[in-house]
Structures are given as structure tokens and as C-alpha cells.
Design a protein around this ligand. Structure first.
Ligand SMILES: *Cc1c(COP(=O)(O)O)cnc(C)c1O
Length: 366
């Protein structure tokens, strides 16, 4: 059913007219998009066609009840000109999990990765060949049924779009300045929704992040929803701190998004014999550790920004800074190791990097 995507190509690619050195995150889209529909109990109509508006009736359920999920990942250009994905199986699995949480119809096994590869073969020219750049991929799925009753939809649409991006934060910056949010929380505690990449979660977060931005901060540092005592996430990224030389991150308790970057960091550190402590981190503990000179680093982890240092957190009016200014040794090493694997220039002991469009030497050998 889904082996073949019906492909309608643009007459002429726009890639040649884009200045890849001056990209603003998420504002430029590739020539094509991929769509796949679920209706009458089956997935059908796999298509790759020119990027453009989706026709949505005003009564379509997603607009009213937010039954919508997404993924965020990147395609990387390697030195050979090939196009690579990083651990796409984890994104496939997480999308299935998000689908279950929102009572959406999961994609059949294998379809997510086959769709990504089909899409990348058509739009591979959009994967930038510049340091730190990548093609950001945004697979998404939503209820596409025209109906106003509040119940799970019976029609869904899966879509992949792609947007070329530069390095997320400039290297000159010493890192993020975060405001600890002590009133609102990121997701309803105990709902398990924190583990889903659900559109509604991001809607919930916007009021707090606007307030943080208005006060001159880059983002919010979220605390747990029950006690507002333990660190949850750094904006839309997973949080890490190095206290007394021990790398710590909050455990996956249903309120934390299981980041692919987070998981990879834990594995890379374990490989070096430096286990990460996955246990709740009280914000008071961070304050005390900083005062005692025991907080050496804080950083945030996610696909878009890889590993980004946190320059400060501000808690109840008090500004707390780690010992290291800018990327400390742990963050810098992880950034180098991760990007090395992602761009296919470093050893990849776990087989995380997947070549999906071969580069020059493979083509020359044909
Ligand atoms: C996507 C996301 C992350 C990071 O996940 P990665 O798979 O590493 O990109 C972390 N927190 C939230 C809330 C997210 O949405």
C-alpha cells in the first residue's frame, strides 16, 4: 500500500535562490511536502507534492480540539555529500507514543522512516552544506475530520515538511538566561502528557515564555507541576546540571519529554564511564550548590540546539550562575561528539547515524 509515494515535482527548485547563510529558524521551506491520509480504517494516498496550503474546512476537529502531534529532527550533510539522519527509529517510536496519548491512529511500523527517506530523496538539495547547518524536519499528524463532537477523530493526516536551518545559537553567546517559573507548569502533572510531543503542550507553555521574554530572559526553566520544587525542563529542551562533578538530569517520570539528544548524552557519558544521575533535582539544591562553588555547568539538550550552555537561572529574584562561563568541558565535549556522529565525521559505535541519500563516492562507484 505505502511502498510507492506518488510524486509530483515542482517545475523548478527554489533551492538555488535561497541564501543558506542567512536563514532564520523555521521560515524557509523546501520545494515539496509529503502527505498521507487515514480514513475508513486505512492509511492511503501517499503523496509527495509541491509545498503549499493544506485544504482544511473550518469544522475540522484539529482546529477545535488540538488533536495534533509532531516530531522534530534533522537531516545532516556529510563530507562526502551524503544525507544522514540521526536515530530516526527513536523519533518513529516517540511519534507512536504521542499518538497513543492523544488517541490518534498510529502509523504502521516502518512507514515513518520510509516516508522520511522518500521525502529526503526528493528534496536532498535542501540539506545545507555549511558547518552547523541542517535540514530541520517536521513530521506531524493531526485529526482531519470535519466534525464538532468531542471524541477521537476517525480521519487523520500525516505530513512531513522541511526547513533548512543554521546553527541555533551563535557561538559568541555565553548561553541561555532562564527565568525559573514558580507559578505555571509545562504540562498537567501526572497526566503523562509531558512525554508526548503534543501541539497542545506548546500552547500551554506560551503565556509563561512570553512573560519571561518580556522580562529580558531567553526562556523559562520549568519546575514540576505538583510542588514547584524540582527542575522539569529548560524551555523546550531537556535540562542537565553538573554538581560536584556529577552530571544530573531529571528522570523520565511522564512529565519529561524523552529527548533523543538526552538519551544520546546519557549513553555517550556512560561509554566514557561517567554515569548520569537520573534523579529529581531540587531548585534549592542548585542554589546551594552554586553558592558553595559546586555547580560547574548547566546546559540544555535538544535536536534544534544540540547542547546549549545555560548562563544563568533566576529564581525568586536571585540570579544563579554556574562556575563555567559559556560551554564548560562536559557540554563542549558532548556537543563535539554528538555533532561528529550526526555529520558522519566521528566514530559511531552505536550505529546512530543513518545514510539515507548516498554521497559522491557511492555515486562514483555505481
Ligand atoms: C522535542 C523536545 C525536547 C528535545 O527532544 P530531542 O528529541 O532531543 O529533540 C525536549 N523537551 C521538549 C519539551 C521537547 O518538545
Amino acid at each position: 500500500m505505502l511502498e510507492e509515494f506518488n510524486i509530483e515535482r515542482v517545475p523548478m527548485s527554489r533551492a538555488g535562490s535561497v541564501d543558506f547563510r542567512a536563514l532564520k529558524f523555521g521560515t524557509v521551506f523546501t520545494d515539496h511536502m509529503l502527505t498521507l491520509d487515514f480514513a475508513d480504517g486505512a492509511w492511503s494516498h501517499p503523496e509527495i507534492r509541491p509545498y503549499g496550503p493544506l485544504e482544511i474546512e473550518p469544522g475540522t476537529m484539529v482546529l477545535h480540539y488540538a488533536q495534533s502531534i509532531f516530531e522534530g529532527m534533522k537531516a545532516y550533510r556529510d563530507a562526502d555529500g551524503g544525507v544522514r539522519l540521526f536515530r530516526p527509529d527513536m523519533n518513529a517510536q516517540r511519534l507512536q507514543n504521542s499518538a497513543r496519548f492523544l488517541a490518534l491512529e498510529p502509523l504502521p511500523d516502518g512507514v515513518f522512516e520510509a516516508a522520511l527517506e522518500a521525502y529526503l530523496r526528493v528534496d536532498s538539495a535542501w540539506v545545507p552544506d555549511l558547518p552547523g547547518h541542517a535540514l530541520y524536519l517536521r513530521p506531524m499528524m493531526f485529526s482531519a475530520e470535519e466534525h464538532l463532537e468531542v471524541r477521537p477523530s476517525v480521519r487523520y493526516r500525516f505530513v512531513i515538511i522541511g526547513s533548512p536551518v543554521g546553527a541555533y545559537f551563535d557561538a559568541e553567546s555565553t548561553g541561555l538566561n532562564l527565568m525559573v517559573e514558580t507559578e505555571m507548569c509545562r504540562v498537567p502533572p501526572g497526566s503523562g502528557m509531558g512525554a508526548a510531543k503534543a501541539a497542545a503542550n506548546y500552547a500551554i507553555s506560551l503565556r509563561a515564555s512570553r512573560r519571561a521574554l518580556e522580562q529580558g530572559f531567553d526562556q523559562v526553566l520549568w519546575l514540576d507541576g505538583t510542588e514547584r520544587r524540582y527542575v522539569d525542563e529548560a524551555g523546550l529542551m531537556n535540562f542537565f546540571a553538573v554538581i560536584d562533578g556529577i552530571v544530573q538530569t531529571p528522570p523520565l517520570n511522564g512529565d519529561i519529554l524523552p529527548g533523543v539528544t538526552r538519551d544520546s548524552i546519557i549513553q555517550l557519558l556512560a561509554d566514557r564511564g561517567t554515569p548520569v544521575s537520573e534523579s529529581p533535582i531540587a531548585v534549592d539544591e542548585i542554589v546551594t550548590a552554586a553558592a558553595g562553588g559546586r555547580l560547574s555547568e548547566m546546559f540544555a539538550a535538544g535536536t534544534a540546539a544540540v547542547v546549549t550552555p545555560i548562563a544563568s537561572i533566576t529564581y525568586q529574584g536571585q540570579r544563579i550562575e554556574p562556575g563555567e562561563h559559556g560551554a564548560g568541558p562536559v557540554a563542549a565535549l558532548l556537543h563535539e561528539q554528538l555533532t561528529g556522529i550526526q555529520y558522519g565525521r566521528a566514530p559511531d559505535p552505536h550505529g546512530w547515524s543513518r545514510l539515507v541519500v548516498p554521497g559522491a563516492s557511492a555515486q562514483a562507484a555505481e
